[in-house]
Design a protein around this ligand. Structure first.
Ligand SMILES: [Zn+2]
Length: 332
């Protein structure tokens, strides 16, 4: 048993309370590789932002949970080395699907876990979430639970259709589970293809797809029921057009990829939404930089040569999100 506190990590309790009060959101960036981890830490340190580094099932399968845990420990030390005296870094389990997995992560030093029982019947979701909360709170680890179903595909979490969170359930759910934050469904979606062209309209000037707006009415209903309670948005990449264009220009094929417009995320950040999950945008930034570099430098084969611009491009994206979308800069 390793406590996250020994690793220099923090849980989400205090940072969420400050974020809700301050009208901003904490970035939750997924990571699988050293370059992503470095880019996240550099961006957080340079902008003086708290940050959540999260590990999905796909990340654990790819990189191994133990390695990712030590990387998070390394992230704290790296942030200090970069001049941040008091880094606020959370190591979070994204989409935990069983009690055993959540327990494993807590025992390993994670400071926050998500238990995703959103696909279960309501009472089963409560029972599972409550069980995780009871164990987690014994170790001062915070728990995110989920009500409502997001559409889209993300590392083995997939659903064809979304169901908005029912505002009438949130008080009962949060009270009975004791969860510290609640992921809700208001129209965000996992992956780089968040909406089908049929769900979108086309901008007559650019011909680009315009996604349907988020259900802010549902969000405001939930805020009214649970004043000040931390709300989480998954699937909130904006799928930047310039990265998609670069990928397509240099041999990629991502037709009609579409995300959540940043002005809507900016608006959500000012509400009780205090954690916004971004994964696809990092993948796009990395892939765009690598495709461009390799196309322009066909004789190069040292991975450091193309991973360096990839890391730079991810860092640029992370800083942009922190400063221009979530507003979590200058909060340390
Ligand atoms: Zn998610």
């Amino acid at each position: 048993m390793v406590s996250f506190k020994e690793l220099g990590l923090v849980n989400t309790r205090e940072m969420f309370a400050k974020a809700v009060k301050g009208g901003y959101a904490i970035p939750a960036f997924n990571f699988n590789t050293m370059e992503q981890m470095q880019a996240i830490v550099q961006a957080a340190v340079e902008t003086k932002s708290p940050v959540i580094m999260q590990v999905s099932k796909g990340a654990r399968n790819y990189a191994n949970a133990t390695i990712l845990r030590y990387m998070a420990q390394g992230a704290v030390e790296y942030a200090k080395e970069l001049g941040c005296a008091n880094p606020q870094i959370v190591l979070h389990l994204d989409h935990g699907d069983t009690f055993e997995l959540c327990k494993d992560c807590i025992d390993m030093g994670f400071s926050s876990v998500m238990i995703d029982g959103s696909s279960l019947p309501y009472e089963d979701n409560i029972a599972l979430s409550k069980k995780v909360v009871e164990y987690a709170h014994q170790h001062d680890v915070t728990v995110e639970a989920e009500l409502g179903v997001l559409a889209g595909v993300e590392d083995e979490v997939s659903s064809a259709v979304s169901h908005y969170t029912k505002p009438e359930e949130v008080i009962d759910f949060s009270q009975r589970t004791g969860c510290d934050s609640l992921a809700i469904s208001i129209g965000t979606s996992h992956g780089a293809y968040k909406f089908t062209p049929e769900q979108c309209t086309r901008d007559p000037k650019t011909g680009k797809l315009v996604p349907p707006p988020l259900a802010f009415d549902v969000l405001h209903e939930i805020e009214k029921k649970l004043p000040g309670f931390p709300i989480v948005l998954h699937g909130s990449s904006s799928v930047p057009q310039e990265e998609v264009d670069t990928i397509n220009k240099f041999g990629g094929k991502l037709p009609d990829a579409v995300g959540i417009p940043e002005e809507q995320l900016r608006e959500a950040s000012k509400s009780a939404v205090c954690k916004i999950n971004i994964d696809s945008d990092s993948r796009l930034a990395m892939t765009a930089a690598i495709r461009k570099y390799l196309a322009e430098n066909p004789s190069h084969f040292d991975p450091r040569q193309y991973l360096k611009p990839a890391r730079e491009n991810m860092k640029k994206m992370y800083i942009h999100k922190i400063v221009n979308v979530l507003g979590s800069n200058d909060k340390l």
